[in-house]
Design a protein around this ligand. Structure first.
Ligand SMILES: Nc1ncnc2c1ncn2[C@@H]1O[C@H](COP(=O)(O)OP(=O)(O)OP(=O)(O)O)[C@@H](O)[C@H]1O
Length: 261
């Protein structure tokens, strides 16, 4: 179980930005851009949580804090009660993170990349071999395993990146827009893979703008708007709150309600 409580993160504005008289975003004040102001949600084992929000809402910033890549200014992140802000190494062991900027070594093949990251996490011998083989099958990677990463297509790279993120059997998997830019077949493979993680009891948190994926996968939803949590609950509760059975409409209604408060 991962619990996220009242997270906040701000970034210092550069000099040029500070000089501008006109503020373009309500989150700019005190010489800072308050990217995430107050975000809370939780995701239990075997649950898939969809993180939604308009462009720039603060989803990636939030996920980067969960991954321990960014240190929050305020708030708590706990996995099974362990404070991972205080103990980031324990956090890194427990979490698998895929972001748009996750990199592969171009000169290594897809197989070598996964094996390398597995070894970094302390896997070796038969355990590493079996884990890699299972991932290669689940993610339908066998046709390109021996190609160098620099020669892989977008979809092949994404599958390799996903395998890289989960090779150490993390309890919590965090995927930032995992299907962006993928074709329909590759998207289906990624969706099936997330279902397998769920069946294995993993907590999966993923950000997306595709509400059809949410309908297929998610038990829970968390919505961020302008850096603030405005919903955390089940998909049925979301439809009720957004006054529509259609997820896109419920999302629009929920944001509209906030704009008019
Ligand atoms: N290092 C940084 N310095 C300054 N501002 C930042 C920094 N990182 C993020 N921001 C700002 O914080 C806000 C939230 O960005 P973030 O990437 O978290 O949004 P998002 O919800 O993931 O958006 P999208 O759906 O477009 O990917 C944006 O306005 C962004 O410009």
């Amino acid at each position: 179980m991962i619990t996220v409580n009242t997270l906040a993160k701000r970034f210092k504005l550069n000099k040029e930005h500070k000089k501008q008289k006109q503020r373009t975003d309500v989150r700019e004040h005190d010489g800072h851009f308050h990217s995430v102001k107050d975000v809370s949600f939780q995701c239990g084992y075997g649950e898939v949580l969809g993180l939604l929000g308009p462009n720039g809402a603060g989803k990636t910033t939030t996920l980067r804090m969960l991954s321990t890549a960014l240190t929050p200014d305020k708030g708590e992140i706990a996995i099974d009660g362990i404070d991972i802000i205080k103990y980031p190494l324990k956090g890194r062991k427990a979490i698998g993170f895929l972001s748009g900027t996750t990199g592969l070594y171009g000169r290594l093949t897809a197989r070598e990349n996964i094996e390398y990251f597995g070894k970094l996490h302390g896997l070796k011998g038969n355990v590493l071999k079996q884990k890699c083989e299972a991932l290669f099958t689940m993610l339908d990677m066998t046709s390109f395993l021996d190609k160098r990463a620099e020669h892989l297509s977008t979809g092949m790279k994404q599958k390799t990146n996903i395998a890289r993120a989960v090779v150490h059997n993390p309890k919590v998997v965090i995927l930032d827009e995992p299907t962006t830019g993928l074709d329909i077949m590759t998207t289906q493979t990624v969706i099936a893979f997330i279902r397998t993680l769920k069946k294995q009891g993993t907590s999966v948190i993923f950000s997306t703008h595709h509400l059809d994926e949410v309908a297929l996968l998610c038990d829970k939803l968390a919505v961020i708007d302008n850096g603030v949590s405005c919903f955390d609950g089940t998909v049925d509760e979301f439809k009720l709150r957004g006054e529509s059975n259609e997820l896109n409409q419920a999302f629009l209604n929920l944001l509209d309600e906030r704009r008019h408060v």
